[in-house]
Design a protein around this ligand. Structure first.
Ligand SMILES: *[C@@H]1O[C@H](CO)[C@@H](O)[C@H](O)[C@H]1NC(C)=O
Ligand SMILES: *[C@@H]1O[C@H](CO)[C@@H](O)[C@H](O)[C@H]1NC(C)=O
Ligand SMILES: *[C@@H]1O[C@H](CO)[C@@H](O)[C@H](O)[C@H]1NC(C)=O
Ligand SMILES: *[C@@H]1O[C@H](CO)[C@@H](O)[C@H](O)[C@H]1NC(C)=O
Length: 426
């Protein structure tokens, strides 16, 4: 993952760079003309022009395309180099979500998966919740989110009844985050407002730990600059017990799109990235522009000592996994994500593995005290990021996200609502 472009690739790159710049200019102009001729908010329609333009920005590939065919030869790193081998899993496609979703959020409570907001396309964001019932394998129970609540990149966590939604991006395209935060009672479907986070955060890591709601990392207002701050507030049954958020030990590395998990009274923060798309300076509609991103495989843990400890890293850097995990049998299972860009052609690369991290700290057989380890438990039906995952009654489920372009092309393409499940025993 740390390999660099070697000298001989530079000339190849130059040859393809010139036509690329031409294409880029044309697409930017087309994009701009198109973008400035439409209203801000638009209904989610299956308008292929809307989707094409939207994905063009998210899909780096279109703007840095390299010719096909030569990959894999003469020692060049091929398009699928980041894929890891793993057992084949038997996947069954089940009822698709009512809407496609990118950068949505989800919470599993018992046999129900609550799936929140997200982008339908880059210039349309959802503001509702869909519920999947694992017992009857049906979607239903749609209800709205508060008008002022963020629409994507939410910090989200639940105690089993109340769902806390902290900060996140408000509105479509590359708008910034809001600091406004809310709590949902899933039994009454009633929302209440919480004290706003001290500063807005984009995709912050969020968990409930020892009676306190913890929020850390994420990106700052510009969506790009990593925040290291860590705040908490005491909560119980959907109510805050304090007036203000308090500062906690800062996280060693800031940035958005990480999995944040509490297991056995310890707090874990896994993967994620620094940097992200941000609004083009001066763009009245907050058009997205690409910025440098680095994806990480880091795993950090907080315990009684209140000092962050580094644990064995993921098998490869992985980001966009904030709701792509489920806890099962002393392990966290992570479904998909996005890894570092291709070192040669710089295209985005999605993750198509189901990963497992064992939390076990003691094993009765060998008396080991540190058995924490990563493994690949299987392959997904395709590579996909921002999946919404759940585990129920022997099955691992995932729905939604943005999938790849096919087995040989790991770049992101279609935003999906598909739902899949596989029998998984660990
Ligand atoms: C691409 O790279 C992977 C991993 O190194 C390898 O298994 C695969 O055979 C390669 N594919 C091609 C077409 O070269
Ligand atoms: C989920 O499905 C089960 C089985 O059909 C049903 O008993 C239960 O009421 C459903 N839950 C909700 C909230 O609709
Ligand atoms: C199945 O679950 C959905 C979603 O919770 C619910 O709307 C529906 O009423 C349930 N159907 C039955 C027959 O339980
Ligand atoms: C949990 O893991 C243990 C040890 O690896 C195994 O014996 C057991 O069958 C697993 N349970 C389930 C429900 O998968």
């Amino acid at each position: 993952m740390t390999s660099r472009t070697s000298g001989k690739h530079v000339s190849v790159k130059l040859v393809i760079l010139v036509p690329c710049i031409g294409l880029l200019v044309v697409s930017f102009i087309a994009d701009f003309l198109w973008a400035s001729s439409k209203p801000f908010y638009r209904k989610a329609v299956s308008n292929s022009r809307v989707e094409k333009a939207a994905y063009q920005i998210f899909l780096q590939g279109k703007k840095t395309i390299t010719p096909r065919g030569k990959r894999g030869s003469s020692g060049e790193v091929n398009a699928t180099f980041a894929d890891l081998p793993g057992p084949k899993l038997e996947w069954e496609e089940i009822a698709p979500a009512p809407v496609p979703r990118l950068d949505g959020a989800s919470i599993q409570i018992g046999n129900l998966l609550y799936v929140f907001s997200g982008y339908g396309s880059l210039d349309y964001v959802h503001s509702h919740v869909d519920i999947y019932n694992f017992s009857n394998n049906t979607w239903g129970g749609r209800f709205s989110t508060p008008k002022e609540m963020a629409n994507s990149h939410l910090g989200i966590v639940s105690d089993g009844r109340y769902v806390y939604v902290i900060s996140g991006q408000y509105g479509p395209l590359c708008r910034g985050p809001t600091s406004r935060s809310f709590v949902l009672d899933t039994q009454t479907k009633h929302w209440n407002e919480l004290p706003s986070l001290p500063f807005p955060r984009y995709a912050p890591a969020t968990q409930l730990w020892r009676g306190r709601l913890h929020v850390m990392g994420g990106s700052k207002e510009d969506r790009h600059e990593p925040g290291l701050e860590h705040w908490s507030i005491a909560v119980k049954d959907g109510e805050v017990l304090e007036k203000e958020w308090r500062s906690e030990v800062p996280i060693p590395r800031g940035g958005p799109h990480r999995a944040c998990i509490v297991y056995d009274d310890r707090l874990y923060v896994i993967g994620g990235q620094e940097g992200d798309f941000m609004a083009k300076p001066g763009s009245p509609i907050f058009k997205c522009s690409r910025r440098h991103e680095v994806v990480y495989s880091d795993v950090y843990m907080l315990d009684d000592s209140m000092k962050w400890k580094e644990l064995p890293p993921m098998p490869k850097p992985n980001s966009h996994i904030e709701c792509s995990w489920a806890i099962h049998n002393n392990s966290v299972i992570i479904v998909g994500g996005t890894t570092e860009k291709h070192p040669v052609n710089k295209r985005m690369i999605l993750v198509g593995e189901v990963l497992r991290f064992r939390f076990d700290t003691q094993d009765p057989c060998c008396f080991c005290t540190n058995m924490q380890e990563w493994s690949v438990v299987g392959k997904m039906p395709y590579r996909c990021k921002t999946t919404q995952a759940g585990y129920w009654d022997g099955f691992l489920y995932f729905t939604s996200g943005q999938r790849d372009r096919g087995p040989e092309d790991p770049q992101p393409r279609k935003v999906i609502g598909e739902t899949w499940r596989t029998k998984l025993k660990l």
